[in-house]
Design a protein around this ligand. Structure first.
Ligand code: AMP
Length: 277
C-alpha cells in the first residue's frame, strides 16, 4: 500500500493504472467506511482511499478542530483491507495559497443539511470535484448514511459530465441500530445509550409507511414523538422528502427519504431510511 501526500505523486502513481475505485473519507475509519472499501475491492482492479478532513465543509462554529483523527490506525485498517493507494494530503496541498474556486450544486443543497449548514455542500462538492480530478476514479463509493451528500454528488457528476460512476452503499449500523459515524466517539456513555432512539424514530416512520400510511406529516409526527420521548435528545429537523429531489412531500407517492438531524449535548447526528425501497 502506497501512502501519498501530494497531488503530483498521486498523479504519477495513478498513471498507467486502469480501472480504479475511490473511497473518499475524512478518516477515523469504522466499519461503515470499510464496507465501502470492501465493495470497491470486489469491483475494481485498484482501490484508492482518500483521508482528508476537509476544512471548507465545516462551518465556523462546527467541530473541525476537535474532529477525531488517527492516521496510523486508519492506515493499518486500510492495509488489512487490501487498499492499494491512500491519498492523505495536508490542507495546504488541497488549498494552496491563491485557491479561489468553489463548485456549487444548487437546488438539492438548499434543504435539510444544506439549510442548517450553509456552505457545507459547496465545501463537499469542491473537494470531491478536486479529488475526482486528481484520482481519476472509474467508480467512486459513498454511503447512504449521508443521503443528501449522495444526491449532491450524483448531481455534480451528471451536471458536469464527470467520467465517474457513483456507487451508493447501504448504511452500516451497530447492533442496536445506531448508524456508525466518526462523530459517535464524541458521545458520553449516557448519550451513547440514548442514541439508538434515532433509528427507532426512523423505523417507526417506516413501519407506519409499510402499514399503509401515506400522509407525510403523519410520518414526521411519528418520528417527532419517538425523539420527544428521549429527554437527552433535541430535534434539528425531521423530513419526509422525495428521495431524488429532496423536496418535502405532503403525500408519499414516490420513493421517499425519511431523515433527521438530532443533537445529543454538543454532538449532532444524522440518519435516514428510504421508504418504498
Ligand atoms: P466521512 O468520513 O464521514 O466523510 O464518510 C466517508 C464516507 O463513508 C461517506 O461516503 C459516508 O457516507 C460513508 N459512511 C459514513 N458512515 C457510514 C455508515 N455507517 N455506513 C455506510 N457508509 C458510511
Amino acid at each position: 500500500m502506497q501512502v501519498i501526500e501530494t497531488v503530483a505523486e498521486f498523479r504519477a502513481a495513478r498513471a498507467g493504472l486502469g480501472d480504479l475505485g475511490l473511497v473518499p473519507t475524512m478518516g477515523y475509519l469504522h466499519e461503515g467506511h470499510l464496507s465501502l472499501v470492501a465493495r470497491a475491492r470486489a469491483e475494481c482492479a485498484t482501490v484508492a482511499v482518500s483521508i482528508f478532513v476537509n476544512p471548507t465543509q465545516f462551518g465556523p462554529n462546527e467541530d473541525l478542530a476537535r474532529y477525531p483523527r488517527d492516521l496510523p490506525r486508519d492506515l493499518g485498517l486500510l492495509e488489512a483491507a487490501g487498499v492499494d493507494l491512500v491519498f492523505a494530503p495536508p490542507p495546504a496541498e488541497v488549498y494552496p495559497p491563491g485557491f479561489d474556486t468553489v463548485v456549487e450544486v444548487r437546488g438539492v443543497t438548499d434543504v435539510l443539511e444544506g439549510a442548517v449548514r450553509p456552505g457545507h455542500f459547496a465545501g463537499v462538492a469542491t473537494v470531491v470535484a478536486k479529488l475526482f480530478s486528481v484520482v481519476q476514479p472509474t467508480r467512486a463509493y459513498f454511503g447512504q448514511k449521508d443521503a443528501q451528500q449522495s444526491v449532491v454528488i450524483k448531481k455534480l457528476v451528471r451536471d458536469l459530465n464527470l467520467p465517474v460512476e457513483v456507487v451508493i452503499a447501504p448504511t452500516v449500523r451497530e447492533a442496536d441500530g445506531l448508524a456508525l459515524s466518526s462523530r459517535n466517539s464524541y458521545l458520553t456513555r449516557e448519550q451513547r445509550a440514548a442514541a439508538p432512539q434515532i433509528h427507532r424514530a426512523l423505523s417507526a416512520a417506516k413501519a407506519r409507511f409499510e402499514a399503509g400510511e401515506r400522509n407525510a406529516e403523519a410520518l414526521r409526527d411519528a418520528m417527532r414523538a419517538v425523539i420527544a420521548a428521549q429527554p437527552l435528545m433535541s430535534l434539528d429537523y425531521v423530513s419526509v422528502a422525495d428521495a431524488d429531489t429532496l423536496r418535502e412531500l405532503a403525500v408519499v407517492e414516490t420513493r421517499a427519504l425519511a431523515s433527521m438531524a438530532v443533537r445529543l449535548g454538543t454532538t449532532r447526528l444524522i440518519d435516514n431510511l428510504v421508504l418504498g425501497a
